[in-house]
Design a protein around this ligand. Structure first.
Ligand SMILES: [Fe+2]
Length: 313
């Protein structure tokens, strides 16, 4: 324990000094002292109001630090925690796809896969030796076609999932409070309508991760001017469901157009330029965005109605 404290102090001190090489060395030695596969690592707080040191998994931390010293944080081999977590980008539509896998049972799920990236995602899942059991959609998208149906053709145990409050086809329909299990992990479904009437966020509570789809972006939110979008509903969803989560919970959005990958509840409660405003002001902003119609909406929505299985249209 004393050694771990010394290493963490070294990590924090060098982080403050922006000495990334020394940071990486300290964190690598710390991880090597972790004997149990389920042991926890502590890292710097996500917000000033969060507890000084918050627990997260070593796998997540390894992902965060892989740029600093990639040879010490191999992403191709077994990971030191029971959770594998990947954030993938569709660079054509700036859509994020997430893979979460239980390393013990080798069961995995994917959130918001994109049809054009199915080959990439399936290859990665196979390389990591995961059995994909659910392909989850946060909502019926208007800017791209989902890959959930095609993934079900590649992985025979995979079921596509979407909210029961949409008119899209899927193999499993979910509602607020439902739980999706993969191995020993439990993903909670939070109904967060407003961008569309069937928007859902997925919460991995034990790890403090929430996948918000288009309900909440980093310093933004999804538009409310089509697909049954209603500003009041979106405002309530974010304030009641997402902003009531602990401040340090990490937010992983459905898109980002500015290069951001994640945020925290505290950051968005403090800095989101739309959702920090009183409702009337929020509504005015949303009613005056004057955005063009999404380029692919006439292709994407009919495609998503059939779970991305275009030969079934
Ligand atoms: Fe959307």
């Amino acid at each position: 324990m004393a050694m771990k404290c010394v290493l963490m102090n070294s990590f924090i001190k060098n982080l403050a000094l922006k000495n990334h090489d020394k940071c990486a060395a300290a964190i690598t030695r710390f991880i090597s002292t972790q004997k149990s596969a389920s042991s926890k690592l502590f890292f710097l707080p996500a917000s000033p109001s969060a507890k000084l040191l918050q627990p997260t998994t070593t796998a997540l931390t390894a992902t965060r630090f892989q740029k600093m010293d990639s040879k010490n944080f191999s992403t191709s081999g077994p990971q030191p925690s029971n959770l594998t977590f990947r954030q993938l980008l569709d660079y054509a539509t700036f859509t994020y796809t997430y893979i979460l896998g239980d390393n013990a049972s080798k069961k995995a799920i994917i959130i918001d896969p994109v049809l054009e990236r199915v080959e990439r995602d399936a290859k990665l899942l196979k390389e990591l030796q995961f059995d994909l059991i659910y392909a989850l959609n946060t909502h019926m998208h208007a800017d791209h076609i989902t890959g959930s149906g095609e993934l079900g053709r590649i992985f025979q145990n995979c079921k596509s999932v979407i909210s029961k409050h949409t008119s899209a086809q899927a193999q499993k329909y979910i509602d607020d409070g439902d739980v999706i299990e993969f191995g020993k992990f439990k993903l909670e479904c939070l109904s967060t309508p407003g961008h569309t009437d069937g928007c859902v966020s997925y919460l991995l509570r034990d790890h403090g991760l929430v996948f918000t789809g288009d309900a909440l972006f980093v310093r933004g939110c999804g538009r409310t001017d089509f697909q049954q979008g209603i500003p009041q509903l979106l405002y309530n969803s974010v304030h009641k469901k997402l902003f009531s989560l602990p401040d340090h919970f990490l937010i992983y959005p459905g898109h980002d157009y500015n290069g951001n990958m994640s945020s925290t509840v505290w950051e968005e409660k403090t800095y989101n330029p739309r959702l920090t405003k009183p409702f009337e002001e929020f509504k005015k902003i949303m009613d005056n965005l004057n955005l063009p119609k999404p380029k692919l909406i006439d292709v994407a929505v009919p495609g998503n109605m059939v779970d991305g299985l275009l030969d079934k249209k």
